[in-house]
Design a protein. Structure first.
Length: 94
């Protein structure tokens, strides 16, 4: 898991999930899921550019401009990107 915090959340630590801090995806091993806290758009775009598939929790971005940039990056990437909305059950939006 990749996150913005210096330390992972207690639930991540309790499950012995590997945790990496920062956007330097080139140095990381294969990442199955990127969960960037409040930096969804930046992390998702970096992941797409690193040829990763992306699953985002809501919200995908904090501004319309960030969302538009992320959608363009996704369309250009040829990768899979989905947004999960857990409060409404899990819905995947393409």
């Amino acid at each position: 898991m990749v996150g913005a915090s210096d330390e992972p959340a207690p639930g991540v630590t309790a499950r012995n999930v590997p945790y990496y801090q920062g956007l330097d995806l080139e140095r990381l091993p294969t990442v199955d899921l990127v969960v960037p806290n409040h930096l969804h758009a930046a992390y998702a775009q970096a992941s797409l550019e690193a040829e990763c598939h992306v699953l985002l929790e809501q919200s995908m971005a904090t501004s319309v401009n960030d969302a538009a940039r992320l959608l363009r990056a996704w369309q250009e990437s040829g990768r899979i990107m989905r947004c999960a909305f857990p409060r409404c059950g899990v819905r995947f939006v393409t």
